[in-house]
Design a protein around this ligand. Structure first.
Ligand code: SF4
Length: 197
């Protein structure tokens, strides 16, 4: 795997969480992947990736049935499309545990797979009461990640194809890393002013 990095590596410089399929790992429901060339070829040389596939790591199997989000009374649930089996609880329990681990890894950012009912950070399809899709959902794992790490720079790979959003994300991940480093040691107000300058 390109630039796959050990989570315990002591020489890590810029550590970024990522949906595993974006690095070319064959973890999608059909054993496919969604390798993103910008991530692997352009950003990859500067990054130590921490790949996470919530669906495989939570035990949903490989290959596995397709899933989607659907509205259920006041909540949104993650279900298998054919059987209707509800995996919401499994995914939530897994995600809380995995996000607790990720908090300890000193991440500087995260790139999520768009449109996924587990990883998508916005505009994920949610079937409404009539079975029609509304694009107003958040993947189950992504929602827990966003809630637990609200300051972490997080983007979807689709948005990073926009040059302006990409530049903004890169600035944010480097700034986040520098600020974290500053505050982990002894710091002075002068250093904080220098950082902002
Ligand atoms: S989108 Fe997320 S859950 Fe789906 S295959 Fe990629 S990493 Fe796994």
């Amino acid at each position: 795997m390109h630039n796959k990095v050990s989570e315990s590596s002591p020489t890590v410089s810029l550590r970024i969480g990522v949906s595993s399929c974006l690095l070319g790992q064959k973890v999608r429901y059909d054993r496919g992947h969604k390798r993103d060339r910008f991530l692997t070829d352009e950003l990859g040389p500067f990054v130590d990736w921490v790949p996470v596939c919530p669906e495989v790591e939570s035990g949903l199997g490989l290959p596995r049935p397709t899933m989607h989000l659907t509205k259920n009374a006041d909540s949104v649930v993650l279900i298998e499309t054919k059987s209707g089996l509800d995996h919401t609880r499994t995914m939530e329990v897994f995600s809380r545990r995995r996000v607790r681990e990720l908090r300890e890894l000193d991440l500087s950012g995260y790139v999520l797979k768009k449109d996924s009912p587990s990883c998508g950070m916005a505009r994920v399809k949610v079937r409404n009461e009539k079975g029609m899709p509304d694009r107003n959902g958040i993947g189950v794992f992504a929602a827990i990640l966003l809630q637990a790490l609200p300051d972490l720079p997080i983007e979807e790979e689709g948005r990073l194809h926009d040059a302006r959003l990409r530049e903004n994300f890169i600035e944010r991940i480097f700034a986040f890393q520098r600020l974290n480093r500053l505050f982990t040691g002894r710091w002075t107000p002068r250093q904080v002013v220098a950082f902002h300058t």
